[in-house]
Every structure is written in C-alpha cells, then in structure tokens.
Design a protein around this ligand. Structure first.
Ligand SMILES: [Zn+2]
Length: 410
C-alpha cells in the first residue's frame, strides 16, 4: 500500500506532497482507497461531505467502531500525516482476518476529505460539514487561490454541491472513532532526560488525550511611510520595528508560560524596498497544554503591542478538546504502559469529539518530530507497532461486550 501511494501527488522539485482536496490527485487517492476496500470486500459509501466510509458489518443495525484518517496533504507535505492512519486501518482489517477475528460490532474504515484545508482554507472541512460546524452555504462559497469555489470544484469532480450538508445518519453509525496518526512533535522520540532516544519500544505508540487550546490573533501595528534614503533614523516611525518587538515578546511570554507562539504571516504596507513601512499586520498563533497559560501569553503580547499603539483582535479561539475519557481509559487498559499525549495540532477526531462522538487517537513516534514537510518520517518498526496497537484496540472494542456508550448531546 505504501509504495502504491508513494508517487501520487509528489512534487518532482521538492519531494513533498501536494494532495489537495477535489483535484485530480485527490481523485486518484480516493480511487486507490475504493480499490483497496474492494479488494477486502468492503463497499465504500460517501457521506454528504464526500468522506469515504467502508464498512465490515452493517452499521445501521448497531453503531460501529471506526478507524482511519485522511489522505490529503498541506502544500509540500510529508508522506505520513494522514495516509499512515488510513493504511494502518486497512492493515488492521488484514491482521484481524489473518487472525480469524470477526468483529461482533461493525468495523468502519474512513478516509476524511480535505482535512488540511490546503485548498479552501478551512481545516477538517469534511468532518466540519457533516457535523454542521461548517455550513454548506459557507463551504460551497469558499474559494481557492485561483478563485475556484468549493461548489465549482465539486462540479468538476462530478459531484452535486446541492447535496452537501450535515449528515446525522452517517454520524449515527459511528459508535466510536480511533484515529491513528504520525506524531507531529518529538515527545515520543525523547528519553525522560530529554536526550534523543528511539530505542524504547514502550514509546513507539502513544494514546492521545486531548487537543490543546489554540487561537489566532491579528495585530495591527501602525507606522508612517517615508523615504528609506532621506529620512533620518530619529525622525522615523517604522511599523517594522514594532513587528520585531511583537515577535520577540511572543517568544518570551510563550517560553515563560510553557506555551508555543508563532508569527507566521505578516502583511507590510506599502511593501516597498525603499519605503519605511506605514503599517504591519501580523498574525499570532498561540497554543499550549493549559488554557490560562495560552490566554496569559496572548495578554502579555497584546499589552506590549498596545504600548506601541498596536491593536490586537481575536480571530479564532478553540478551547481544549478532550478525547472521550472512558475511551481513553479503555485504550490505556488495552495498551498498558503506552504514554498519554496531548497534541497541539487539530484533527478530525477532535471535531467528532466536540460533536459528542466518543473519539480518541493513537500517535506513532516520529524520530525528528518534523511534520508538514517532506522530512516528516516514521520508522517501519514503529509503523508496525502502530498497526499492532490498532489491531489490539479494534479486537477489544469490536469484541468486547459493547461499544463505548455514546455521550449525551448526539
Ligand atoms: Zn493529519
């Protein structure tokens, strides 16, 4: 499976993947998924967002256990983020059959569409649409860099955008969801003393506990345009110096409060090499394990920015997403000794968890922690440990007495 996927959507120049939703490349990946499922006698059904679900057993009789992830990528992404979860899910089906295990409750394998939001700007679009978090009207009108709307992209892919929308029927089939994913940091690749260590087999796979609280803020830094050659330094009001200080203060508050903070996008006006910047708009991304610490980081940056005359506007805020505690504790029982790990990255499992679907994640060790880059990696033995862990989990969840009871609010 891995070598079949390897060339699809890979850039010859960078070696990175450009697997964006509703493109020809995405179509090829979706066809690959259908083919792999057909080879296992699993029929694929699509929901009202275009997510693909393959069922072993009938989820309309009793809700099933779902495993899988996504096949799309960020621009110049790595091979593992997403596909590792889909390939591991299919390998789990194979492992169960090889062991003669037939699930007592239905087992589903899912390929979520447009998880990265690389083309239309909204991450986890597939799970957001079926849960209604992203309305069909708004989704249809999102546009890509070429001005193509999601509705037009759907039509080009042979789909009717009028059918897009919330899909409670699909969600009612999901008793619980366990998403296996490559780790996007290096917690599992470090020994307790902080040194690199890939030798501990007990740290090959971790159980996800929660998704960190995170948000985005826009900071508007004022200045005054003037000539870069004729204006004395003491007469300048340079918005770029304000940006430099905002970036430094983000770093120092984050370090002091145990968070991460990033200024990864800026807009400079007027944007001339020979003009003193009259205005800089900067976007701050801040995350951390603790909500109060993230809030305090942003409050500190925003107070420092205000002292420069800059205004801070919150553009989004997502509180901590906790995975289902009873599912997490069941996974801990099935995988004794597996580390428990929170993550700073968003996932479809988080969207489903917020919607009340009992969800959890498994993370496979990433030697360098690098992700969203062609350098993203995982060792073969750790990937196999991931399949073994997922197989153990599914065996227990599908053959235990019942699936995890659904939370209220479904
Ligand atoms: Zn992912």
């Amino acid at each position: 499976m891995w070598s079949d996927l390897e060339p699809i959507g890979r850039s010859g120049q960078t070696g990175g993947y450009r697997r964006h939703a509703w493109t020809r490349t995405d179509h090829d990946l979706r066809e690959w998924f259908v083919g792999e499922c057909a080879a296992r006698d699993l029929e694929v059904v699509e929901d009202r967002a275009g997510n693909q679900w393959a069922w072993w057993g009938d989820p309309d009789t009793t809700p099933g256990v779902v495993i899988g992830s996504h096949l799309d990528s960020v621009p110049d992404g790595g091979a593992f983020d997403g596909p590792l979860g889909v390939v591991s899910a299919l390998a789990t089906v194979d492992a169960l059959r090889a062991a003669g295990v037939t699930p007592h409750v239905p087992l589903g394998v899912v390929n979520f569409v447009d998880e990265e939001g690389a083309r239309f700007g909204v991450a986890c679009a597939g799970s957001r649409i079926i849960t209604g978090v992203l309305t069909a009207d708004r989704a249809r009108s999102l546009t890509d860099a070429d001005g193509v709307s999601m509705a037009q992209a759907w039509r080009s892919a042979g789909r009717d955008p009028a059918t897009m929308g919330p899909d409670p029927e699909t969600l009612s089939r999901v008793g619980c969801f366990v998403e296996l994913h490559v780790e996007q940091g290096k917690a599992l690749a470090l020994a307790p003393d902080g040194s690199d260590d890939l030798t501990d087999p007990a740290r090959a796979v971790a159980i996800g506990t929660d998704i960190w609280p995170h948000g985005r803020w826009r900071i508007d830094i004022p200045g005054e345009a003037n000539h870069a050659g004729t204006t004395r330094l003491e007469d300048r009001h340079d918005a770029m110096l304000g940006l430099a200080s905002v970036v430094q203060s983000a770093r120092s508050y984050a370090a002091g409060l145990g968070c991460v903070a990033t200024v990864g996008k800026v807009l400079v006006e007027p944007g001339g090499v020979n003009a003193i910047p009259s205005h800089v708009t900067a976007w701050l991304d801040a995350r951390g394990a603790d909500e109060d610490a993230v809030r305090a980081t942003v409050a500190g940056v925003s107070a420092d920015a205000a002292a420069l005359g800059a205004g801070t506007t919150e553009e989004s805020w997502t509180p901590t997403t906790r995975f289902d505690p009873s599912l997490v504790s069941r996974l801990s029982g099935i995988l004794p000794g597996a580390p428990l790990l929170g993550t700073g990255a968003g996932h479809d499992a988080g969207i489903l968890a917020t919607h009340g679907v009992p969800s959890a994640m498994l993370f496979v060790r990433n030697p360098t922690g690098v992700s969203h880059s062609p350098a993203e990696s995982a060792r073969a033995e750790d990937c196999h440990a991931g399949v073994d862990a997922l197989t153990a989990v599914v065996t227990e969840l599908c053959n235990g007495r019942t699936t995890t009871p659904m939370s209220d609010g479904r």
